[in-house]
Design a protein. Sequence first.
Length: 402
Amino acid sequence: MTTIQQSEAKLRSELNERMRLPMVSTVTYPIPKTDQLQVEDLVNPGSNPIQIRQPYYGLNSWIRVMPDPGTQLLVQRRGDSYVRTVSAYLSDDSSNSLAEGRTGALLYRELRAGEIEIMSSGRSYLLVGDDGDIELRGGSNRLELLQSEMEIHSIAPTHKRCTHLYKSGSIGYEERFGVVKRPDQTNPIVFQKFARLDTTEFAVEYSRWLNDKDGKLLASTQEGHVFDTQGKEKKHSSTNKPLRYERVFSHKSSGEITIQIDNEANILLNNNTQAKETKITLGSLNALTLTCDSTKWNVSKTGLLNFNTSLVVKSAKIQLNAPNVGCGAAPIIPAVLGTPLAGTLTALVSGLQAFAQVYGADPIIVQLSPQTVVAANVLSGVLAAAASSISNILSTQVKFTG
């Protein structure tokens, strides 16, 4: 072999070896359908799709990533074939990213030994710390599992927990805390709308809905700004003012018990079911004090107030409005009406007094029985005194309807 031939062979060998060395390439765009990347480099210009190198890829488990455009790679030909493959992802710019992370311009942390950090192009973020803490972020939403503080810390405009029976686009089988959102009426499965107050501020709530397996509401509790499933603010059933609290317990067949409190602290308890009893037991040593401006009781049938020791009722005015009123253990004796009785007594006493006066002044009686005249005059005086005191038997505080 001549020297020239040897030199050419050596050059071809060097070129061949160089072709197998890693070269820097840049991702132009990913090809998700085939898990490939379109890359460009100086040696292979033009269209050069290559297979993505995943962090790990097994038969039944994997850790996958789709590199974004601009990512720099080390690409080389495999020793057992001429297929180009990704050997590594370059991180030559990590020092600049660390500097931006220290200023808060980029979520790029200085990692300690053994820590793992994952970030997507959409700012989905995971940090697994060496102290047992885990931080998850989805944009501005954040969840921290803090072994160092022995607590779970989460931040989001709306927190939502659902059971396995929850259906997208509906309200039920769930708990919500934070900004009020309700399914969009035109496309409830895909979109939700934030609820606003009349002041244009976002409404906030802490609410939960518990349903049976058929979807019927068992119980619901809403606190804060109370909105219905359509996204409309609910009002107090009596005052028509915006609610701050509503609790509902459904009857097994029809009706419900509702407790409402509006934004002016007006309270309503409504039971429109066919329930037979509402019983409150406070205990034998418990003292109940009720203070209010006024009270009203409407009972459709009967009532019983039982005080074992005593009952004292104090009021500027008490009125019993009933067609039949009884007092005592066995009230069967009719009560006396003061005004008619006073009128009857006045007429009777006046008549007797007139008779006694005439009788005591009769000349014949005076001659025949002086003692009778004296008695008649005494009786006349007694009747005069009785007539003057009849008006005093009428009470000015206790009155009856005739």
